[in-house]
Every structure is written in structure tokens, then in C-alpha cells.
Design a binder for this molecule. Structure first.
Ligand code: ACO
Length: 401
């Protein structure tokens, strides 16, 4: 237990739990997480099995609807998504308005919010059928928006992909196709993307998911709730850590590869620097996703014939941290984002897009948590506070202040 205080305030007792370290906000049947044992399961299935055997689309279905799909269910689901895989041309004008150097997370959050204007019926989710329609629309349009966000920077044309391809295959084509060349899918890239997206699929009541649930609890609608979740994910203490990790590893490399210097900075309480990609609110033993990703990073780099000195720096830092008393005492281990950036980079995805990739992976988790919250008719989220400000005061005229 950490720092819980109960205080008498107004008409009752209020519990103060900064950062909600010990406060459950809901009951949920989606993701099981045991931070001591390093266990993560979606709807009862181990993350190891899903990352090894499933496709991202199967995991999307599993997270949202609770069961792995039969082949007929999967076919129907994909066909419903394909029917909605279009984005209004006018959305391109919104993209045109952003400067080229705009951070892709800001662009993605804005575009997701703008989708509401083009799909106003998505806000009305009175029935499960309405919810399904809104969900399918978002699953169909979101990868297109991610690819457009990317091509805002590359300057390449914004297109709608090819629905005859699988969900991830189509996304890869929208990202990597060059307009003047025939597109050759690379199976190593596709397999790595499937795995990374699955590993990011859901993680119970983290900062962005809690944001999605609380915004959704006001009945603001799915797209608005997800747009808020994207903003929450952006921060470097959450999803933004994957970009921060790579920038940190680059800085260490540019500084001569002196990992010890950065370890010392991370331990110095007068220095705000933290070892990015280390530590987790819930995992206090190891992050099972990090183990899978570390192995995948080795395999992907080898298959693609890429040798990246950053991977060696990362492994060196991990080894030092595992042997360092400061990190051992505080149970700080590499988290999911420590190695993911190394794979993204090997796949040719630029560093500013890393957190956007995380958002694409987390989309089904946010959707499933939003749907669960709405189906359970949860009340509006409205935390309390304990007021510590001034007592009642007399108003002072401006001349007397
Ligand atoms: N480097 C150095 N020290 C750290 C780190 C770190 N990465 N993480 C935590 N600590 C220290 C803190 O300084 C604190 O030390 P103290 O007890 O001496 O004061 C102690 O460990 C506990 O840290 P808290 O910040 O209280 O832990 P909390 O659960 O609030 O934070 C968090 C978890 C935000 C993930 C934190 O570990 C962190 O900032 N890590 C780096 C950023 C990162 O990788 N974020 C991605 C998380 S995974 C995800 O969102 C997908």
C-alpha cells in the first residue's frame, strides 16, 4: 500500500490516492495483469501465445468482443471494416493546414477528433448495433489516418490502401509503398508489425485507457474519447517513452557510448533525468512484453540484415541496471518501450512516429474498454478532492490590492 490518506471533507470521507496507485476505477473482464509474477493475459489468453500465434485483427476481435473469432466471424468483421475504409477527401484539407514539422501525435489526435464532424452518427451509440458501427468505422479509418499522418512528413501521396490485403498488410502498404515502384510486401516486416501491435493491444487501466473511459463516461462518443486517449498516450512517462528511449540511446551513442555516466545521472536525485524505458507502475518483477520484444528485436535485425549499435547500448544498459542496487531496490526493469523503438527503426519508421504506432496498437484496447464501460452503464467519472486553499475572503477592489 502506498500513501493512502482518508480525510473528512464536506459530507463524508474522501480517500486521497495520488496517481491512483491503489484505487480501482472499475471492474473489467478484458485484461488480467499480475505485476509481481509478470503475467499479462487478454481475455484469459497469455500474451506470449497471442504474440506468437495470432494476427492483430484476431486480437482486435478478441479484445473487443471477448472471444477469438471463428473464420466466418473474422471474414465478416474484415468485410465490415473494408466497407468503411474510406476517409472524406475534405479531411486532407485539415492535414494541409498543419505545418510539416507538427508532431504526428498532435496531428493524429486532431484528425481523430475531426472524424466526428464527418461521421456525426458515430456519437449516437444507444444500442449495441450502433456501437458496432462506430467501432468498425474507427478501426477502418484509423490506419488510414496513421499513414496520412506519416505522409504529411514524407510528402508522399495520401491514399486509401488496398482492402484485398489483410489489416496489417494493408497498413504496411499504405506506409511503405513508393508511388513509382511496384509494392513488394516484406514478410519479416509484416510479422514484426503484427507482434508489436498485439503486444500493445491493451494494458488495463493505464493513463490513456483511464482517460478514454472517463471521457467516454460523459457520453462524449467513441471518437472524442479515443482522441483524448491519444493525447494522454503522447506524454514521455507513458507511450511517448518509446520515442524518448531512442533519443536517449542516440544521445548516449553520440556521447561516446558511456552508459555508466547515464546510469549515474538516473540515480542522482538532483538530476531530473530518468532512464527512459525503465520502470513501470504495475510491473515490479519484469514486463513480459519487454521479454518478447527483446527477442523479436534480435530476430528482426538479423532477418533484415541490419546491424544497429543502439541495440548493443540498450543491452549494455539493461545489464548494468539489473546489477545496480538503485534499480534492484526500486524494482525498475525494462518496460515494453525499451526495445520497441529499435524494431520500429529497423522497419524504417522514423522516431517521431513511434508513439503513433503505439496508438495504432492500443486502439482495440481503448475501444474495448470504452465499450465495456458503456455496456455496463457506468456513471460519469468524477473524482473528489480535499480543498486546501484559502478560507472565505472579502472581495478587494482593484485599487486596494
Ligand atoms: N530512472 C530512474 N529512476 C526511476 C525511474 C527511471 N526510469 N523510474 C522510477 N524511478 C525511481 C523514482 O525516482 C523513485 O525513486 P525514489 O523512491 O528514490 O523517489 C522510484 O523509482 C519510484 O518511481 P515513481 O516515479 O514513484 O514510480 P511510478 O510508478 O509513479 O512511475 C513510471 C512509473 C512513470 C513508468 C516511471 O518508472 C518512469 O518515469 N519511467 C521512465 C518513463 C517510461 O519508461 N515510461 C513508460 C512506461 S510503460 C508505458 O507507459 C507503456
Amino acid at each position: 500500500a502506498v500513501d493512502i490518506k482518508t480525510l473528512r471533507a464536506g459530507s463524508g470521507i474522501i480517500t486521497i490516492d495520488p496517481g491512483y496507485k491503489n484505487t480501482g476505477a472499475c471492474e473489467s473482464a478484458i485484461t488480467y495483469l499480475d505485476g509481481e509474477k509478470g503475467i499479462l493475459r487478454y481475455r484469459g489468453y497469455s500474451i506470449e501465445d497471442l504474440a506468437e500465434k495470432a494476427t492483430f485483427l484476431e486480437v482486435i476481435y478478441l479484445l473487443i468482443f471477448g472471444e477469438l473469432p471463428t473464420s466466418d466471424q473474422l471474414k465478416k468483421f474484415k468485410s465490415d471494416i473494408d466497407d468503411e475504409a474510406i476517409v472524406d477527401q475534405d479531411m486532407k484539407k485539415i492535414i494541409d493546414g498543419f505545418p510539416k514539422y507538427a508532431h504526428p501525435m498532435g496531428v493524429l489526435s486532431s484528425l481523430t477528433s475531426a472524424l466526428i464532424a464527418f461521421n456525426p452518427s458515430s456519437v449516437n451509440v444507444a444500442s449495441e448495433g450502433d456501437m458496432y458501427k462506430a467501432i468498425v468505422k474507427l478501426l477502418a479509418k484509423f490506419p488510414i489516418l496513421v499513414a496520412w499522418t506519416y505522409h504529411k512528413r514524407t510528402g508522399l501521396p495520401l491514399d486509401y490502401g488496398d482492402s484485398s490485403l489483410g489489416y496489417v498488410e494493408n497498413f504496411a502498404k499504405m506506409m511503405f509503398q513508393k508511388p513509382n515502384r511496384a509494392y513488394e510486401p516484406n514478410q519479416v516486416v509484416i510479422d514484426a508489425l503484427q507482434k508489436l501491435l498485439i503486444l500493445h493491444g491493451d494494458h488495463e487501466q493505464n493513463c490513456s485507457t483511464s482517460t478514454v473511459r472517463i471521457v467516454g463516461s460523459s457520453h462524449a462518443g467513441l471518437f472524442a474519447s479515443i482522441s483524448a486517449g491519444i493525447s494522454a498516450l503522447w506524454g514521455p512517462l507513458h507511450g511517448g517513452a518509446n520515442q524518448a528511449v531512442l533519443e536517449m540511446l542516440e544521445a548516449i551513442k553520440a556521447d561516446g557510448g558511456d552508459t555508466k555516466k547515464y546510469m549515474a545521472k538516473a540515480k542522482d536525485k538532483d538530476d531530473p533525468f530518468r532512464l527512459m524505458g525503465f520502470g513501470h507502475r504495475v510491473y515490479k518483477n519484469f514486463d513480459p512484453r519487454a521479454r518478447i520484444i527483446k527477442k523479436a528485436a534480435d530476430e528482426v535485425l538479423e532477418s533484415l540484415g541490419v546491424s544497429d549499435p543502439i541495440l548493443d547500448i540498450a543491452k549494455g544498459l539493461e545489464k548494468e541496471a539489473l546489477e545496480d542496487q538503485y534499480f534492484v531496490d526500486r524494482k525498475l526493469y525494462p518496460n515494453v518501450d525499451f526495445y520497441s523503438g529499435i524494431i520500429y527503426r529497423a522497419l524504417g519508421i522514423p522516431v517521431e512516429m513511434f508513439t503513433v504506432m503505439f496508438a495504432l496498437g492500443r486502439l482495440p484496447g481503448w475501444i474495448s474498454q470504452w465499450r465495456e464501460m458503456r455496456l455496463r452503464n457506468e456513471p460519469i467519472g468524477r473524482p473528489r478532492q480535499v480543498y486546501i486553499g484559502e478560507n472565505a475572503r472579502d472581495y478587494k477592489d482593484i485599487a486596494d490590492r
